[in-house]
Design a protein. Structure first.
Lengths: 343, 256
C-alpha cells in the first residue's frame, strides 16, 4: 500500500513536470525544452549553460510560464476544494459547485462585465466574481444553519436554490446586456488560461498555499469525520467549527480560481475521486495526491486546448468537461449499481 | 461515588419533550443497562450522559462538573460512545476505523501504545481477521463489532453502548456483553441500552427502566424486573421465571 502510494505520487509529479515543460514549449515562437529548462534553472538562481538569449528567456518567463503556473494552481485549488467538500459532506459526489460558489462567481463576473466596471486596474471582473462566489457560499451556509448545527441535506437543497437563483440572474444579465458583453460573459464562463500574468498568478498562489496548508492540517479530522458527525464529536472533534472553516477555505480556493480563469468544470469532483481510488481514502495522502493530480489535469488540458485545433485556443472548461463528463456518468452508474443510488 | 449525577433533567428534541424530571445517579465501576419501550427516551438519555444533547432543565453533572462545561477533547478522553448506526463514508479499512478511536490521544499516547490498544480491541471483538477489509463491505454484525472495537480502542473509563447487540448473533451477543462485564471488572463504568430484558438482567449490576421520558425504576435486576412493572411500562402481561441464575421474561401464557 505504502509503495503503491509512493509510486502514484512519483508518477503524478513526473507527469506534472513533463506537462510544465511541454506546455511551455508549445506556441507560435519556436522554443525547445532545453531553453525552457534553462530559463527555469536560471530563474531559480542556477546558472546552467542552457539559458537562451534574453528575448527568448523573457518570452518563456513572462508569457508562457504564468499561463503554466496559473493552470497548475487552478487545478490544485479546485481539486483540494473538492476534497474538502467531499470530506465535510461525507459524500464522494459533492463538489464545490453544489453550494453555489461557481454560480455566484459567474453572476458576479457577468454583472461586472455587463456594467463595464473597470475599477482596480482591470481586476473588476475577478474581484466581483470572487466576492460573489464567497457571498453565495456564505449565504447558503448561514441559511442552512440552525441552532448551531447544519443539516447536510438542507445545505444541499439551499445550494440548489441559490444555484437556480444565480442562474436566473445570469440569464437576466445576458438578456439585458449588449452583444459585446454577452460574448465576453460567455467566453468568461467557458474558462481560459489565455493572457495570464504573474500579477494574477500571485493571489491564486497565496490562496493555494493557505488552502493546502489548511487541508493538510485538518486531514486527520477529515478522516474521523467519515464516522459521521456524532461519532466524530464523541472522539473530540468540533464538527461545526471544522465545517465552517472548511467551507470558507473551500470558497476561497474555488472563488479565486474561478475569478481569474472562469469556470473550469469537473476538476473538483473527478480528481478527488480518481485519487481516492488510487491511494485510498486517508485524507493526508488524498490532499497531496489531489493537489498534484489537479495540477496535472489542468496543465495537460491547457496543452490540449492549444493544440487540438491548430492556431486556436479552446476554452479549458470545455476540455475538462469533455474528460470529466463521461467519467462522472461512470461514477453515477457505479454508485447506482453498488448502493442503489445516492441514498 | 457517583460518576454521573442527573437532577431533574429535561431534554427537548425538535420541540418535543423527550425527557422530563429525570433523576439518575450512576456509580463508578457498575454495569448499568437501560431498558424501556420504543420511544421511551433511552437513547436520548444516553445522549445526555454522553454530553451530546443540551439539557433544558435541571443539572447534568459528570465528575461533579456540568457536562456542558466539558471540552470536547477532555470528554473524548473520559467517555466513549457506540452509536446505534455504523456508517463510515469512503472506503476506510477496518484497521483505519479502529485506529480512529485513538484520535483523542493524538500526541498524548505514543505509537506503541496506540498499536497495542488497537490490537487488543480487535482481539476482544473477534475482528482481527477483518483488519484489511473495507468497512463498508462488512455485514451488519461485523460492522457492529468493528465499531465496538473502535470504542474500546478509545480506552476510556466510561463506556456508553447504544444497542450494541441489535445486529449480533447469539454467540457474539454473549461475547459483547462479556466484554462489557470485563470492562467493569477492570474498574470501568459501562452504560448499555438494550431491548432484551432477559439478557439485560443476566449481565447488569443495575437496571434503569425508562418510560415516557422518565426513569421509573433503578436497581438490581431482581428487584426491578417484576411482572407488575413490566406490565405498566410495556403494556404487556409477562411471567418472570428464574432459570439457574438468570431471569427469563416471557409473555404471559406462552408456556402452559
Amino acid at each position: 500500500m505504502r509503495t503503491r502510494t509512493g509510486v502514484v505520487l512519483a508518477l503524478m509529479t513526473a507527469a506534472l513536470i513533463v506537462g510544465i515543460v511541454v506546455s511551455a514549449v508549445i506556441g507560435q515562437l519556436d522554443v525547445g525544452p532545453r531553453a525552457v529548462i534553462g530559463t527555469l534553472l536560471d530563474r531559480a538562481g542556477l546558472t546552467a549553460g542552457w539559458r537562451p538569449d534574453d528575448l527568448l528567456a523573457d518570452a518563456i518567463w513572462f508569457i508562457r510560464m504564468p499561463r503554466v503556473a496559473m493552470s497548475l494552481l487552478v487545478g490544485l485549488c479546485l481539486a483540494v476544494a473538492g476534497v474538502m467538500m467531499q470530506a465535510v459532506f461525507g459524500n464522494p459526489l459533492a463538489e464545490p459547485g453544489v453550494v453555489g460558489v461557481s454560480a455566484g462567481a459567474a453572476l458576479g463576473a457577468a454583472v461586472a462585465i455587463a456594467a463595464g466596471w473597470t475599477f482596480g486596474g482591470g481586476w473588476a471582473v475577478a474581484v466581483c466574481a470572487f466576492i460573489a462566489g464567497l457571498a453565495a457560499t456564505m449565504f447558503v451556509y448561514t441559511t442552512a444553519r440552525r441552532e448551531g448545527r447544519t443539516e447536510v441535506v438542507t445545505l444541499l437543497l439551499t445550494g440548489i436554490a441559490v444555484n437556480a437563483f444565480a442562474g436566473a440572474g445570469l440569464a437576466l444579465v445576458l438578456f439585458a446586456g449588449s452583444t459585446a458583453s454577452r460574448e465576453q460573459i460567455v467566453f468568461w464562463q467557458l474558462g481560459t488560461m489565455n493572457g495570464s500574468r504573474w500579477i494574477e498568478v500571485l493571489p491564486v498562489a497565496i490562496v493555494a498555499v493557505i488552502g493546502l496548508a489548511f487541508a493538510l492540517a485538518v486531514s486527520r479530522q477529515y478522516d474521523v469525520l467519515a464516522l459521521g458527525e456524532r461519532s466524530a464529536q464523541h472522539l473530540g472533534i468540533q464538527v461545526e467549527p471544522l465545517r465552517i472553516a472548511s467551507m470558507f477555505v473551500m470558497a476561497l480556493l474555488t472563488g479565486v480560481a474561478v475569478a481569474f480563469t472562469g469556470i473550469v468544470a469537473f476538476v473538483g469532483l473527478v480528481i478527488p475521486h480518481v485519487v481516492r481510488m488510487l491511494v485510498g481514502p486517508g485524507h493526508r495522502v488524498l490532499v497531496i495526491g489531489s493537489a498534484l493530480a489537479g495540477g496535472v489535469l489542468v496543465v495537460w488540458a491547457d496543452v490540449l486546448a492549444r493544440t487540438v485545433v491548430a492556431g486556436s485556443d479552446l476554452p479549458i472548461g470545455l476540455l475538462t468537461s469533455v474528460i470529466g463528463g463521461p467519467f462522472f456518468l461512470h461514477l453515477v452508474r457505479q454508485a447506482r449499481s453498488r448502493s442503489g443510488g445516492w441514498a | 461515588m457517583s460518576v454521573w449525577e442527573l437532577n431533574d433533567v429535561g431534554c427537548r428534541l425538535g420541540g418535543a419533550e423527550v425527557l422530563a424530571g429525570v433523576d439518575l445517579r450512576i456509580a463508578a465501576g457498575r454495569l448499568v443497562v437501560m431498558v424501556g419501550p420504543n420511544g421511551a427516551g433511552k437513547s436520548t438519555l444516553l445522549g445526555v450522559l454522553a454530553g451530546d444533547l443540551p439539557v433544558t432543565g435541571g443539572s447534568a453533572l459528570l465528575d461533579d462538573r456540568a457536562l456542558s462545561a466539558w471540552g470536547p477533547r477532555a470528554l473524548a478522553q473520559r467517555r466513549s460512545v457506540l452509536p446505534q448506526s455504523y456508517d463510515v463514508s469512503f472506503g476506510f479499512s477496518v484497521r483505519d476505523v479502529v485506529a480512529m478511536g485513538r484520535y483523542p490521544w493524538t500526541s498524548v499516547a505514543d505509537i506503541d501504545r496506540d498499536e497495542q490498544m488497537i490490537a487488543a480491541a480487535l482481539e476482544r471483538t473477534d475482528t482481527t481477521h477483518l483488519v484489511d477489509r473495507v468497512f463498508r463491505t462488512l455485514s451488519g454484525g461485523e460492522r457492529a463489532r468493528v465499531s465496538l472495537a473502535r470504542v474500546l480502542a478509545q480506552d476510556t473509563d466510561l463506556v456508553l453502548l447504544d444497542e450494541p447487540t441489535a445486529a449480533l448473533d447469539l454467540r457474539h451477543t454473549e461475547e459483547v456483553l462479556g466484554v462489557a462485564r470485563e470492562l467493569v471488572r477492570a474498574g470501568r463504568t459501562v452504560v448499555v441500552v438494550a431491548h432484551d430484558l432477559s439478557l439485560a438482567s443476566a449481565y447488569a449490576d443495575d437496571l434503569v427502566v425508562v418510560d415516557r421520558g422518565r426513569v421509573v425504576a433503578h436497581g438490581s435486576p431482581v428487584d426491578v424486573l417484576t411482572p407488575e412493572l413490566i406490565h405498566s411500562t410495556y403494556g404487556l402481561a409477562v411471567e418472570v421465571h428464574h432459570v439457574r441464575d438468570r431471569l427469563v421474561v416471557i409473555p404471559a401464557g406462552t408456556i402452559s
